[in-house]
Write a protein that binds this ligand. Structure first.
Ligand code: GLP
Length: 234
């Protein structure tokens, strides 16, 4: 089957499973890594940061970024990556879409060209409660490439916990498209907790639908799902 499920007891076990997987990938010549943000990735990056893994020959591409947040804003994904990983582990080169670019369309075009040129070996993914991957919200075509997107109302609600007032929550983001994500050779999606059950269940139904972007993974040949949820594996 194209999708493998790994049931873990908790976030710590997930972090060690991922650590060993990445160790093996690095030994096997991994050069380009697709990275994700969000609370799900925090224990994963913490484990990498305190490990002996060497990323100095690895180039990274992040999935997405808010429009309009500077890199020194703790809610920006640039800040997140620096804080949790890049300041602790040197990479050869890191790439995050620039949400402060004066020309967002051009930025997306260049980002897509760079990631296609590099070719992502392993792409990490989280999932939104509504089934979004990166910031590809419900309705996004599976053929989409890096683009400017409007966040779904439900995503703004989830994000409101991170922002002091609602007017400060960015409503626009730059995101790799679904086709950009599917171009990775391997995909590892991590999901913790009951809030993600609905999204994972859409995947296990086995039917591709743009209503739930996570179901695009059904069309990829090498996907690993790591979750602490019971009863998800079909
Ligand atoms: C945001 C990001 C996604 C991420 C999702 C889940 O919407 N754009 O890339 O997967 O949040 O976040 P968390 O891990 O905090 O649940």
């Amino acid at each position: 089957d194209n999708i493998r499920y790994i049931k873990v007891a908790d976030k710590q076990e997930a972090a060690s499973v991922v650590l060993e997987r990445i160790r093996a990938e690095l030994a096997g010549g991994l050069k380009v890594l697709g990275l994700a943000t969000g609370s799900t990735m925090e224990p994963i990056y913490a484990a990498w940061a305190s490990s002996d893994l060497d990323f100095s020959e690895v180039t990274s591409f992040n999935l997405d970024e808010y429009v309009g947040l500077q890199a020194d804003n703790p809610n920006s994904y640039a800040w997140f990556m620096d804080h949790h990983l890049f300041s602790k582990k040197p990479f050869k080169e890191t790439n995050i879409p620039d949400g402060t670019s004066a020309n967002l369309e051009e930025e997306c075009k260049e980002y897509e060209a760079q990631l296609r040129d590099a070719g992502i070996d392993v792409q990490f993914l989280g999932v939104g409660e509504n089934g979004h991957i990166a910031f590809n919200e419900p309705g996004t075509p599976f053929t989409s490439i890096t683009h400017v997107t409007k966040l779904a109302e439900s995503t703004l609600g989830v994000n409101s916990q991170y922002f002091e007032d609602r007017s400060a929550i960015p409503e626009t983001a730059l995101t790799m498209g679904i086709s950009s994500i599917l171009s990775a050779k391997k995909i590892i999606l991590i999901a913790f907790g009951e809030k993600k059950r609905f999204a994972l269940e859409q995947l296990t139904k086995g039917e591709e639908t743009t209503e739930y972007p996570i179901t695009a993974l059904l069309g990829h040949r090498d996907v690993t799902i790591i979750t602490d949820l019971n009863g998800i594996q079909p």
